[in-house]
Write a protein that binds this ligand. Sequence first.
Ligand code: HEC
Ligand code: HEC
Ligand code: HEC
Ligand code: HEC
Ligand code: HEC
Length: 470
Amino acid sequence: MPDHPKQPVIVLLTSHWVTMAGVALVTLAGFSWLFALPANIRGNVSNPYIGLLTFIAIPVVFFAGLALIPIGIALGRRKAAEALSTPIDRRAAWRRAGMFFAIMTMANLVIGSQLTYRAVEHMETTQFCGQSCHVMKPEFTAHLLPPHQQIACATCHIVPGATGWIRAKMAGTNQLLAVTFNTFPRPIESGLESNRLVSSADTCEQCHARGKVIGPRLRMHSSFKDDETNTRTETVLMMLVGGGNTGGIHGAHMGPGVRIRYAASDKKRQTIPWVEYSNGGATRTYLADGTTPDAARALPTFEMQCVDCHNRAAHSFELAEHAVDHAMATARISATLPFVKKTGVELLKATYSSEDDAAQKIPARLNTFYQQKYGDIWAKRSNDVQLAGQALLAIYRSNVFPDLKVTWGTYPNNVGHIDDPGCFRCHDGGHSTADKKVITQDCSTCHQMLATDEADPAILKTLGLGEAPK
Ligand code: HEC
Ligand code: HEC
Ligand code: HEC
Ligand code: HEC
Ligand code: HEC
């Protein structure tokens, strides 16, 4: 007759090393969770890596441990059964073990569901999307600027609902693999390029009504010339935004019943040889000069939506000239430092091996420029020069990311037509129907030009604005 069991069945059942490893992991995760409880209750932490640890690593360890426990029990079952003498012994022992596991499971469900909830929630935060991984640095940095800095990445990048969530997690897993094995493209493809954008009906239009009528909007751009005195000029435009049934820029493309489809011959959608316009009644097909209908038919087509124009709504990068103009117009760089526009742009456009290299050289070279060429200015105004150096560096840091091959102009902006093709991808005067109707290039259909690069435009005085920064 075998001996009576000397140990409770629970000990026998859990004595397999796999189970013990599982229990150790669950305990470790449980204690870490207790330590991180304040952060878990708040739901956020300031450091992205602590965020990864608290909200992602702890649950992973916890659930891995939970999974190991039953596996170990199954593996160690026979040994436990052999150690029990009679069927009656066995039944009583199993009942006690069952109770123990039921209670433990309840406790683990409570902790586990809370962990899962926080993990899922954390994966939707701007911190997780933008800062856990250095690859997102350009977009994260640009997203810190208005107008959308308060809006979580997930609001625009994940389709609301369960399928969207699953799709986003699958794409996220692929991206994680690409980063781990270093196979991701540099620069990262733009949203339009990778064709991963969520329809504006599910994103932009949650907050902006498509049919809203927007009156004319005054836009002012100050520019500074390359001369010694950085001569300032103003461009003043009245943008005819419109909307709904009133026509204008929004009404023409997004008004009731209007549908515009286009075909692009490059992935960034900068070359558009075919455009189809319909408004319920009329349908008009425009072909770019030199394109045959057959060639156009072979290309992928897209339906025009908000991001075909506002593609950089959340991640707008600037060109060096505009960024310096803007910094000078808003007094972050003193416009009375001789040649500061020209020198600043040159320093920004030079090549640096890394951000640290730029951080060292940009301010230092600006200092040297004034020390060598304008000793008197340097003697009196070295503080202004140093502030200008820091402002230039800040511009560099928000636009150039050497390790990700993002530099001036990497991501074209489609609202406009001066720096990138933008509106003129279609409105270039070269897109026409068979009966010679052309997509207009008439300047005044989109904006009234109130002043173009004028030194002291009368219109600003009329409006009572003087030399107001925009
Ligand atoms: C207001 C909506 C919105 C928000 C919020 C937003 N994005 Fe985007 N994002 C876009 C659009 C639109 C594009 C497509 C840009 C293009 O094709 O030119 C894009 C493109 C991207 C790209 C592709 C590369 C590129 O620059 O085009 C990445 C990566 C990206 N976003 C990451 C993020 C991250 C990280 C956050 C949060 C920090 C975020 N986005 C928040 C709308 C948004
Ligand atoms: C969660 C709400 C929300 C979503 C989603 C959203 N926006 Fe906005 N957007 C805002 C708010 C709020 C402002 C005004 C911010 C301000 O005035 O400071 C704004 C401002 C703007 C502006 C004016 C910019 C300026 O310089 O004044 C544009 C253009 C714009 N949004 C386009 C878009 C596009 C395109 C999308 C989709 C890719 C989008 N928005 C998604 C809330 C949103
Ligand atoms: C054909 C291109 C085009 C499309 C499509 C388009 N917009 Fe615009 N939108 C513009 C232009 C151009 C302006 C004026 C830009 C400027 O000077 O700031 C503008 C201005 C705006 C503004 C700022 C208005 C203000 O009060 O200053 C918002 C917000 C906006 N658009 C949102 C949207 C949304 C949302 C959609 C999609 C439903 C959309 N736009 C579709 C071209 C477009
Ligand atoms: C994909 C091609 C495409 C792009 C890009 C595009 N448009 Fe258009 N636009 C059209 C078409 C097509 C029409 C309507 C032509 C027609 O009536 O048959 C139109 C009409 C207009 C009209 C009305 C013209 C009129 O005669 O009343 C305005 C204003 C306008 N667009 C402004 C813009 C602005 C501003 C941008 C850039 C921010 C832009 N468009 C970008 C295709 C485009
Ligand atoms: C299809 C619409 C459209 C047409 C046609 C058009 N523009 Fe524009 N233009 C825009 C938009 C959009 C912007 C950007 C507005 C902004 O900066 O807020 C712009 C900006 C400008 C700017 C200011 C650039 C800056 O950064 O200072 C100038 C200058 C200009 N346009 C000149 C012209 C001239 C000249 C014509 C006629 C040959 C013309 N545009 C035709 C839509 C158009």
